[in-house]
Design a binder for this molecule. Sequence first.
Ligand code: PLP
Length: 413
Amino acid sequence: MAVSVNRHFGELGGSYLFSEVGRRVAEFQKENPDRSIIRMGIGDVTRPIPPVIVEAMKKAAGEMGTQEGFHGYGPEPGYGFLREAVAGYYSRRGVELSPEEIFISDGAKSDLGNLGDIFDAECSVLVTDPVYPAYVDSAVMSGRKVFYAAASAEQGFIPLPAQKGYLQEGDIIFLCSPNNPTGAVMTREMLEQWVEFARRHGRLIVFDAAYECFIQDDEIPHSIFEIEGAKECALEICSFSKKAGFTGLRCGYTVIPKELVVDGVSVRDLWFRRQSTRFNGASYITQRAAEAVFTPEGEAALEENLAYYRANAAILSEMLTECGVRHTGGKNAPYIWMECGVRNAFYTGKPGTGGILDSWTFFDRLLKEEGVVGTPGAGFGKAGEGFLRLTAFSTRENTLEAAERMKKFFRSL
Ligand code: PLP
């Protein structure tokens, strides 16, 4: 037999959302080299890594140059010191985990995609709509069927299992709270509903907690394991990217409780086997940096960065309120999800009517008229049409400037 390609790649939608945004911005910049552009789209951070974490990295780098401190291949699931530090972080929230249930990775995105390796190719996936596109594309690449649980603005963009239509579909359910892209957060009651549903119907929840550090309200759970029974039906993926500015450094972790058993097999054991075969661990230097994240000094320094981003979110949210634009997120999340305009009497409930533009038209106009870049909501799924995502990860200066420009833009609409 001759070699053939994975035909499922042909089933992927057009270019990845951020590539398309990048292409349009590059084209605009080429045609208008003198215009200043403010990027409020891609969710990369801008604050540098705090000195206490950089010092931990330097120390680890120094060790690598000594006979006694040199580290070669590390344990595939991560060094004990970091797994223990992560377990300690959970313990402070009342979630007891053994370090053996924690797997260190080079970031959440890798684990989100790689997890598919340990589940039958026939298992389908249920995602929310709007959705972080990587869940969908990873599932499509491995030939899985993808079902959507749509959520409207009226529902606060949070689908619940009791809603009609989801009961039959999706063996693996992806939930993300605080949510990318909508900034919506799931309450304890909402998570309880999903856990109860997953247990009753034999589904698995993959809980993406990449933005848990942005939660400010005490009653909002940071982890799905704060919900009773979740250890039997869920695993959790988390990241140091946004919490500690590791988008370039790369580190994350996945928690798979021993209680999680599918087809009589421990999911944790399968993942251990998978990682031992296909992953050689995150670097020692990176893991020492991640360990410093959980020290009191690390946490205090990171809190300053988080406060900075929260203040950015407040600037954007206040501007939108002043302009009469409906929006969610920004309080317990670094994303603001805004409607593309201001509704008037001719609004029929559909984007493109009564003062609300469709996502890409709004994106193009905001770029061309004011040089501000957001991320079109339609790129996150059908239910995202008519919305735009802004991020709080920009610099203060750019956030203030973007807010001024957007105010002007709304006046001209
Ligand atoms: N999960 C969500 C919801 C994200 O928004 C992102 C990054 O933007 C990731 C995971 C990926 O995180 P990492 O940088 O750890 O790969």
